[in-house]
Structures are given as C-alpha cells and as structure tokens.
Design a protein around this ligand. Structure first.
Ligand SMILES: [Zn+2]
Length: 456
C-alpha cells in the first residue's frame, strides 16, 4: 500500500527516514557545505524540539531573505520521503527502512577511517510502545546502533504498527534477517568492502522471549541462560539453583531443551547470530526497574514485618532531597522523595542503588536489611566493574577495591593503619594516595565468582 506522507504531517517531522541523505547533499563545494551545515543544524533543531512542519516552513520563509539557498518548504529541508511502501504484515502495518539505508548517513562520515574488509558491529533493540492511552495501537520499531563508529543516536531499521504485538516474530523480522545475512557476507560502500555482523540484541524480558520464540521468563523452562525448569513458589516462578547446565548457542540451535522453545524455528535462523550469547540480560529492566523498585516498594507498602514506619520513610526522603545540591551534573536527575517512587525513572533507581542508597540507608535500616541491600549493591557494583574483586598473590586473600586502584596486575593499597579507614576509602572510591603500597594481585571478576560471593 502506498501512503502519501503529506497527510501525516505530525509523523513526518520526526521521520525515521530523516538520516538518509541523497548523494547530492554530500557535495563538498565550500558554498554548498556552508548552506548544508546551516540547513542541517536547522533540521536537527526542528527534530529535537518537535517543531511542526508549518512553523518550520514559516521560519524558512524568514531566513530565506538572508540565506536564499535554504529551501522554501520544511519537507525539502528534512529530506522527507513522501512515499512509503507500507505492507500488511504479522497482523499490522509494516515498513522496512533497511539496515544499510538507515546507517548509510553515519557510515559515510566514518568510512574513510575504516580498513578494507572491516567488520562493523550492529546492536539492535526491539520493544513495543503504546501510542495512545485510549487505544491498544502500538509501535514495534527495530532500532539499530553501530558500535564500531561514534554513533550517538539509534536509527529506525523497521517499524511495525498494529493493535497488538506482531503475530509472528519470523514475519516481523524476516526482511531484517534476510538483509543481515547479505551484509554478513560483505558489501561495498564508497569504494570500501565492509562486512556487518550483529553484535547484540537488547530487549526487555517479554520482548526477548518473543524475538527468540521461547517460553516467557515467568514460565517453566523460561530462564535464558540455564536449563533449570523453574520452581513455582508463592504464586511466582523462581529459578533458585545456580548449578544447572548453561544454555549455549549450539544447544539453543539444536533445541536440546525442547521445553524452552515454542514450535518452529527462531526468526534469526540461518544467520550467524548466537541466540544465547548475543542476547544479554538487560540490567535496566531486571535490576533498576525490577529488583530495586520491588525492594523499595516492599519497604514502603509491603508486608508489615518488612515495612518501614512512615516517619522513617519521611526522614529518608528528606535526606535524599537534602542531597540534591551535592549531585554533580553527570547524573541525569537529582534525588527526590520516596513518596514519588511510582514516578522514579530507571536512572533514579540506579542512582539510589549505587550512590545515594548505601549512604542514606545506613542510619535508617536495621543491620539485616542494610546488609541485604549492600549485598545487592556489591554484586551489581562488581558486575558493573565500578569495583574489582581481586586476590593478592602474596597471601591469597581477597578484597573488593575501586576500579581505579587496579592497573595491570598491581593494586595500589592506601597506607592507612586501621581497616575501618581502608573500608571507608574503598566505599568512597578515594584515591589510594602517593604513600600507598603496590601489591601484585589477580582480578577475579568472573560472574560465577561474584555469584558465589553474594551467595555466601
Ligand atoms: Zn538460569
């Protein structure tokens, strides 16, 4: 079906097709490039601030008196494609922009820095998002980000729109996988032969099981990483064991654990994508929006034996709010009251887990609850490599130290007399100081080691 985009003006301003440039806009003529950079800046500005096409066209009219090279119409400036081929697919409407078409613009900026035969790494994200509160219409974009070049914003590779999620992952991802298979073999761009391989597929748990055509994360045989069947306890599915056989790309491909898969081949069948190794667990949903939010909501309104008294919650909130003026600009948000927990974003929950929580909670929680929180903090901090778990070669003792204390098998250990002072230096990631000792050590940041540490 062909749709005239002129009638969808609101959609067109943020048009995902925007990054595609025609070859004439790459002209290096000085005068043209000056105009190009102005029109480029204006179009970026219009997209970033959601300026309507009508307003942008009016602005262009004013600017054209000084810059006659600027186009008259916003759609020309935004290089809006006016015809899209929209297909009926997987129970909704679907348009495939294409991997190469979407990344061509970014790639052409950096292609001269890449060696012939270079293999680009592409990360993709798949998730559904509701369009309106009053209807079930939802968008399912396939977003892509090149990891091999400095690319800040992801591009849209495919876009599905329908009343519910795509009815078949295979249909939804068909075009993508076909193009991926071609690009894996190699392609030419501006005189260079390059290859492209899929690096990782980032999804939340429901989207991941949809894309992999496997059982849901909350069903039996739903664990992505190991083959334990799961145990149903107190109305929820749990995976309590840590010693079951791990899933591997091969065992997945050969469907060794049949109960893990839904019928039929997975959508990436035939490409070189590792269906276990290239689908990492997603820390934002699992830890920040998952465990941390759950923990906080249990403290606030859970069973009475774990619930914190209202006055403690208020004092903790006051402490968090007090910290606002000490939060550096590197953080996207400043702490706010626990009473607004339902509106906390993932980044605020992360800030609480890793930075403000360990400080605020020590005065308010009892020892057991604080230790429980600090085990989560330590485990995640190690996995995030904020801290290293090291073993001293001299006496085989183990310690957790800030990342910056370690370098090439050497730990810089501060010269403090008592352990308490050292602990404080570790906790606050202080510099070990010039008078510190240099000690040979080995990094033990293996995930299993971390799990055992947290377990014990
Ligand atoms: Zn598991």
């Amino acid at each position: 079906m062909e749709v005239d985009a002129d009638i969808h003006e609101d959609f067109v301003v943020g048009c995902p097709d925007r990054p595609i440039q025609t070859s004439d806009s790459e002209n290096s003529d000085d005068e043209l490039s000056e105009t190009f950079s102005l029109s480029d800046s204006i179009s970026n500005w219009a997209i970033n601030f959601g300026i309507s096409l009508v307003a942008l066209t009016a602005l262009l009219c004013i600017l054209r008196s000084c810059h006659p090279d600027l186009p008259k119409d916003a759609r020309t400036l935004l290089k809006t494609k006016t015809k899209y081929s929209i297909l009926e697919r997987a129970g909704g409407q679907y348009h495939y922009f294409g991997i190469l078409t979407s990344i061509r613009n970014v790639l052409s900026k950096y292609v001269h820095t890449l060696a012939d035969g270079f293999s680009l790494k592409l990360q993709i994200n798949i998730d559904g998002l509701p369009l309106f509160k009053s209807s079930s219409l939802q968008l399912w974009p396939i977003l892509g980000l090149l990891l091999s070049v400095p690319m800040k914003e992801p591009v849209v590779i495919g876009l599905f729109c329908g009343p519910k999620k795509p009815s078949s992952a295979k249909e939804f991802l068909g075009d993508f996988v076909t193009e991926l298979q071609q690009l894996e073999k190699g392609f030419d761009i501006e005189g260079k032969s390059l290859k492209l391989e899929l690096d990782t597929v980032i999804c939340d748990s429901p989207a991941r099981s949809f894309v992999k055509n496997t059982k849901n994360h909350n069903g039996y045989h739903g664990c992505d990483k190991c083959r334990q069947p799961g145990k149903y306890i107190n109305g929820r599915m749990t995976y309590p064991y840590t010693d079951y056989a791990l899933r591997t790309d091969d065992s997945f491909e050969n469907m060794v654990d049949e109960s893990h898969h839904h019928d039929g081949p997975h959508p990436f069948h035939g490409s070189s994508v590792g269906m276990v190794s290239q689908f990492p667990l997603d820390y934002m949903h699992l830890v920040c929006l998952g465990v941390v939010r759950r923990l906080l909501s249990i403290w606030l309104r859970g069973p009475l034996n774990f619930r914190l008294p209202a006055n403690i919650v208020d004092r903790m909130s006051a402490k968090l709010v007090e910290m606002r003026s000490y939060i550096p600009v590197e953080f996207a948000r400043k702490p706010r009251s626990l009473r607004e927990l339902d509106r906390w974003k993932a980044t605020e929950l992360r800030q609480f887990l890793l930075y403000t929580g360990p400080v605020v909670l020590s005065t308010f929680l009892d020892q057991n609850m604080y230790s429980n929180f600090m085990l989560l903090f330590s485990g995640i901090a190690i996995l995030l490599k904020m801290f290293h778990l090291i073993e001293f070669l001299i006496n085989k003792t183990v310690a957790v130290v800030p990342q910056k204390w370690c370098s090439d098998g050497v730990v810089y250990w501060p010269n403090y007399r008592n352990d308490e002072r050292v602990n404080r230096a570790v906790k606050n990631s202080e510099d070990p100081g010039l008078t510190g000792k240099h000690m040979m050590s080995e990094l033990l940041n293996h995930v299993m080691t971390t799990l055992r540490l947290v377990d014990s």
